[in-house]
Ligand binder design. Sequence first.
Ligand SMILES: *Cc1c(COP(=O)(O)O)cnc(C)c1O
Length: 401
Amino acid sequence: MSSAPDPVQSLMDITQRPDAVFVRGDGSWLTDHRGRRHLDFVQGWAVNTLGHCPPQIARALADQAAKLITPSPAFYNEPSLQLAGLLTRHSCFDRVFFCNSGGEANEGAIKLARKWGSLHKGGAYGIITFDDGFHGRTLATMSASGKPGWDKLFEPKVPGFAKAKLNDIASVEALIDSNTVAVMLEPVQGESGVVPSTLDFMRDLHALTRKHGLLLIFDEIQTGMGRSGDLFAYQHYGVEPDIMTLGKGIGGGVPLAALLAKEAVSCFAHGDQGGTFNGNPLMTAVGVAIMQTLLAPGFLDQVRDSGAYLSHRLSGLAAEFGMPGERGLGLLRALKLATPDGARIVEAARLLQPVGLLVNAPRPNLLRFMPALTVTKAEIDRMIELLREALRLVLAPARAA
Ligand SMILES: *Cc1c(COP(=O)(O)O)cnc(C)c1O
C-alpha cells in the first residue's frame, strides 16, 4: 500500500484524517488515491446536494468561467441577480446577501439583528441561542453556538448570546429581557446529532417572538435547500422566520452561502456589510443550477420518498441490533446506538472490503446520514448492507469471527 503523498505534511493538523487522499467523486461514490471506492453518506458534510461532480455543476462552472468570474462585489452580475430572484420567489423572504460560508452568513444574520436592534429596539443586541446549537467557527458564531467544550475556547467570547434549551419554551421566555433583540436556532440541530425542534415548540417560539417584538432567525445551513424534504425546513414547521441563513447545500459542493431577510428587517446601510468574493458569478451560477434542479417537478417528492425509505431501513436495522431507533427530517437522519461505539463503527465502515462506507458520528452514541438528495433506493439498500457488516464487526466480534 502506498502512503499519502508528502504535501499533506504541510497542512495544519486541525483534525484526525484517514490515511487516504480522495481523488475522484461520482454521485454517491468517492474514490481515493489507491483506487478504493467508498459509498458516501457524508457528502462533504451535507454539502453535495446532487452528489459528487453532478453534470449540472460541472457545466455551470465551465460556462460561467468562460464568461465572467469576478467583476467586483460592488457591481451587479447576472447569476447573483438570478439566484436572488429564485430564492425570494420560492421563500417568504424579500432580500438576499450572498457570502462564502455558513459561518459568514450567520455573522451577517447577527450583524443584521444588532443593526435592527440599534434602529428599532433602543440598542438591544442580545440574541437567545440554544444549548448544543452549532452556528459556525468564527468568534461570534462560536459564541452563538452551544457546543459542549467551546465555552472555554478562544476567550474572551463575543458577548450577548444567552443559551436556552431546545423544545423548552419556558427556558426561552426566562431569558428575554430589555436587551433581547432576537432568537436564533437550527430548526433541526445538525452537529448535535440531528435533534428536531417539535412542531409545538416552533409554533410557541414564533408566537413568543411576535409577543415581545423579537426577530426569529433560522439557521438553515444544514436543513435548507431540500434536505428536510421541503425546500426550507421552516415550511415543514409552518412558521415564517424574519431572517434565514443558507450554506452547505446551496453550493452543491462549492463555497456559497446566503443571508435572507424580510423587507422590514433588511436594514443594512451602505458600507455595513460586504466582502470581496460575495455574490461572485462563478459560485452563484452553481447556486442557480442547484435551485433549478430542486424546483424541477417531482424532485422534492423524491427527497421525501427517499427520506421515508432511509428512515424505514434504519428503523429495521435498529430493531435487528436492539438499538433505541432513528430520527430526523427528510434526508438528514441519525441512528441512535445502544453503546458509545460511534467512532469505532465509522472507522470499521470506512475500512470494509472491497468497498468502504462513509458515515459520521457527531456524538459517540449516534451515527448521522446525509446522503446526496439524489441517492437511490439501491444505494440506500447497499448502505444498510455495509453498515450491518460494520455493526457486526464492532458490536459482536465473536459472532462475526
Ligand atoms: C455547517 C454549519 C454552519 C457553518 O457553516 P460553514 O460553511 O462551515 O461556516 C453553521 N450552521 C449550521 C447549522 C451548520 O450545519
